[in-house]
Design a protein. Structure first.
Length: 404
């Protein structure tokens, strides 16, 4: 059977989706997901369906400016599919609705063109720049287009069993649905069903088994299918050294990311360890809000009692969410990658006066009018208060609370 052509596909939900309070992937999840993608590439995965749980990771590679460059060395990116995931931003591209894989001929048989369409459930909410549309409608449109160039159409779907059946009924051009329905091990495996003429097969829980779907073509060109599961345990499948290296590297990267987060928490808890005169931004020293209070006491009190006065409290208590990028907004004068352990240097904890008004040591030494005037408050505030980090942020209401 070694000469039987085969394809390796994934129905989605392969990436870690552990996110911070602001909805961003945690650094340990991102580190592990990077290695999952490397594993897909190394072991020649033919098609990957991008589920709603994977999109926060893959949105990082679907940027219009980066995608073409990365796809040259990571060809799998061209074979990511999700017909009902749509970019609504000029900065991102949509995943492909489908891809067509040419399966070589075997002996006297004719080569076969297989179209793989992807769809996903519509929860959780997609990251900014993307939206989900109805999976059945998307599958119907994609299948009608794929039918013009393919012999058989397979739908990879991260949806419930009921939704998979609905899609099979409405997208009549689809020949086979492989649904990653996420059933638990205790519930067992759902056997294949037939909806109208469409075979609907289901993937096992947590990839504890590999699902194999075999296609048989008769003399008149019609197809039949047969499904089986292959248990992935130490008795049936011995450990593969190449795969083990990927697993070990992923575990190491994940552990390092967590260690970095803990180290950052300790740095934030103990302060920067620097005296104010040594903390600089673009070569200009910071003065600290305490220095500002000597002349601007009422403004200082307003700041000290605002969220800007203690934002680091929201990160320190949850070490697993702490990432160097947090301090672009949760600190003042943070610098990435210049500390002894290569993580970051926290200039001043909290969003101090100089985070918005600029370095002020020179002004403190020689006060004069004109320092710190903000010409465009909207641009200044929205650097941190984005739709992702501050959903529903109202600039006018926020300014009313902190006006000084």
């Amino acid at each position: 059977m070694s000469n039987v052509p085969f394809l390796v596909v994934d129905t989605g939900n392969s990436m870690m989706d552990d996110r911070s309070t602001h909805g961003r992937l945690r650094s340990d999840a991102l580190a592990k997901d990077d290695w999952v993608l490397k594993g897909f590439e190394q072991f020649s995965t033919d098609v990957v369906n991008v589920s709603s749980h994977d999109l926060h990771f893959f949105s990082g590679v679907l940027g219009k400016s980066d995608f073409a460059r990365r796809a040259k060395t990571e060809p799998l990116l061209e074979r990511l599919v999700s017909a009902n995931t749509v970019s609504e931003s000029p900065d991102f591209i949509s995943p492909r609705a489908f891809v067509i894989i040419n399966v070589p001929a075997r002996r006297d048989k004719k080569a076969m063109r297989v179209a793989f369409i992807g769809v996903t459930e519509t929860t959780p909410t997609p990251p900014p720049g993307f939206k989900f549309i109805d999976p059945a409608e998307a599958a119907k449109r994609a299948a009608a287009e794929a039918k013009k160039r393919a012999d058989i159409i397979v739908l990879l779907a991260k949806v419930s069993s009921e939704e998979a059946a609905r899609i099979a009924r409405e997208a009549a051009d689809v020949d086979v649905v492989i649904a990653g329905n996420g059933m638990s091990l205790a519930e067992g495996f759902t056997p294949p069903i037939v909806v109208d003429h469409t075979v609907v097969a289901f993937t096992p829980f947590e990839t504890r088994m590999i699902g194999e779907l075999r296609f048989y073509r008769s003399a008149d060109g019609k197809f039949t299918t047969r499904q089986r599961f292959i248990a992935l345990d130490e008795f049936a499948v011995p450990e593969d050294s190449a795969a083990k290296r990927i697993v070990d590297a992923a575990a190491k990267a994940e552990a390092q990311a967590r260690a970095n987060s803990k180290a950052l928490m300790e740095v934030t808890s103990s302060g920067s360890g620097k005296t104010p005169e040594l903390v600089t931004v673009n070569g200009k020293p910071l003065a600290t809000s305490v220095a500002c209070s000597q002349c601007h006491l009422s403004q200082y009190i307003k700041w000290a009692n605002s969220g800007h006065g203690h934002p680091s409290e929201k990160t320190v208590s949850r070490w697993y969410e702490v990432d160097a990028s947090c301090f672009n907004c949760h600190a003042t004068g943070a610098r990435m990658g210049d500390s002894a352990d290569g993580i970051t240097t926290i200039g001043l904890s909290d969003v101090q006066c100089e985070a918005c008004h600029g370095p002020g040591a020179a002004h403190v030494a020689k006060p004069a009018k004109g320092y710190g005037r903000i010409a465009d408050m909207k641009t200044t505030c929205l650097r941190c208060h984005t739709s992702e980090t501050s959903p529903g942020f109202d600039l006018n209401a926020a300014w009313t609370r902190i006006k000084h």
